[in-house]
Design a protein around this ligand. Sequence first.
Ligand code: SF4
Ligand code: SF4
Ligand code: SF4
Length: 754
Amino acid sequence: MEQADLRHWENKCVQEEAPQCTASCPLHVDVRTFCSLMAQRRWDKAWTILAKTLPLPGVLARLCNGPCKSHCVRKDAGGAIAMDSLERFCADNAKPVAPPRPLPNRKKTVAVVGTTLTGLCAAWEMARRGFDVTLISSDIANSLAYLPIDSLPEGTVERELANLEKLGVVVNDKETLSAKLITSLIETYDAVFLDSDAAPALSTEYGTPDDLTFGTQITGLFVSPKGETSAILQAACGRRAANSIERFTQGVSLVSNRELEGPYPTRLFTSLEGVEVQAPLIDSGNCTELEARDEAKRCIQCECMECVKQCEYLKHFKSYPKIYARQIYNNESIVMGTRQANSMINSCMLCGLCETICPEDFSMADVCLAARRTLVEQGNMPPSAHDFALRDMAFANGEKCTLVRHAPGTDTSEYLFFPGCQLTASDPDGVERAYADLRARMDNVGLFLHCCGAPAKWSGRETLTNYVMTELRTGWESLGKPKIIAACPSCIKELREGLPDAEILSHWSILSALGVPETALKATATFAINDPCAARHDKVVQDDVRALLDKLQVTVVEPPLTGETTQCCGYGGLLSEANPQLADIVTRQRAGTMDEDIVTYCVMCRDMMAKTGKGAIHIYDLLYPETGNRADRAAPGYSARRENRVHLKEALLSGVWQDADDIPALPHESVVVQYTDKAAAIMEERRILHTDVQKVLYAASQSGKRFVHSESGHLLASFRPVVVTYWVEYEPVDDGYLVHKSWSHRMHIKGAKA
Ligand code: SF4
Ligand code: SF4
Ligand code: SF4
């Protein structure tokens, strides 16, 4: 990822934008933290939040009229948080704190002339930043008399004036404010600020100050605009003057990047969904401790996190996309050393839900897929992440499984049935029946058994993806470019992207037009529908599937996230390969959102759900049923999936084309093996295939090399076909072997021979 890309993604995610209250507060009080502390009755800590931001906090916290209230998100769910009352309560009940410690001295002198709240706040702000400030007034003790200071506890103003002096401000309050005085100050000080409400007539002598900077025609003289009556806006004027003078004394631009001074619009999106409507608990008057606590509790702690709320993967890594984008950028920037984000990069399901629900269209899928491609390109992709899936794809696209033919007895194809490698692996009989049905009711339907290349794409292998697509194009063109009928949502998506000149139809749209097969099972049952994430934006497919289910007399229940906002089952993006534990969490979470058994039209969704014990059927189970309750059918294991593909090809060749597969069997394929239940379960978990075990046992029988366990009599043999070494503990039985244990590793044992 280039730095410009990082900036682009960072800018898209608004999670770190200020909440409406803070953005609309002229001084940007951290209202969210303040409310959170108040809700815990931590008044002293809450006061430090106010005192950190407000100049003369004892005065301002009591006189603030709460301009944030008209922007508070809570106002649409009962009423805005009574922030002004909470501030006042906090000021009255918290332990006062000392004024902040100034920054190191800058050796710059500033004269502040006039001591309304504007001048006092400007002096406070500049003293904090390390300026030598002289405050010039004719009568500082009475300078705030114009404010409703009767409402302040006795001594408040005096205490804050004393704090100003503690900050290092030198007070000269016996001066007559005049033009002569200003002229002499300009000559003596690095900068001068005139508080025009303290000397309205005098301030007119310097023209209208610039709105943004308060600068005047006299270099080094800054004048506030007249007539501001709100205490908090006067304080904001003081801060703006301080900002300008700081820039002026540093010799930097007075105007650039000042958009975030004073109230500004924020992009933070906060949903009110699920927020209970609750009216404010306190008015502008005084309140009790409990009332203050409960009012603060009404703050919904605004944030976005819309994507994180719905995605287990985003939740799992305990942050949000803006942070992830930075981590991915840092990960890619490492030339040597340890990469920390590989697991995060490889765990996104690439399902597109975040982009659909994000108010700014942040696509974590795009970020992660691009990062995977870079890792592959740089040679930094951990081999274990996708190795098994890619080997499985290679097998599905190998000669034992692929088939591309016109329908028997024809030499043209108007249509081409493309069931995809997972449907053929999980439900070969359903595929056989589906192809027979299509041939019976439509003319010239050819067949194409192949994988669509999704695993190559998801793993970030662009060259391999292009290679698979070239194979697909060759097969499709060899049959005269027929319309493709695909029965898997991922295949539909990948084929539409990879073969843009082909017409790709869904099997369900075809059946919607043809009508359901006569042999279809009328379920008269209720199922929750699970839209696969690959069909998220395919409304036509979603509608056609629902229409078919209606014809099958199925009552459909929509889960909370459905259609365009459906969640991935945990298979997408090869999550179940890269991070099986997280995939399990994702699948169980998704299954848990539906009370009923599930009907879906992606066989991987069906199998993933079924593995958790959830009742789940694929729509083929109704359209092309065999006997028995298909919702209880176990998901086939990895070895069975391979065998299903091979047997399907053999069955179709012999049954449909009366042809035979002339691919010679490999020597290890004749080895007969049985497994204990424990061994079978471990093999499934570790992605060790029946054929891997057969290779080990065949090699051991040829070489005679194996260990013998002296007590159990079990044999132990190993074999390293490519990069993985397989170990098998077994014993000979009648006509073959019984396997007790099997494991694998990528370690190469020195001195060992393959
Ligand atoms: S939905 Fe997620 S990515 Fe989008 S702005 Fe919100 S937190 Fe950021
Ligand atoms: S609900 Fe709380 S965080 Fe949100 S805008 Fe209102 S005060 Fe601020
Ligand atoms: S898993 Fe899906 S929703 Fe979650 S980040 Fe990835 S693409 Fe977005």
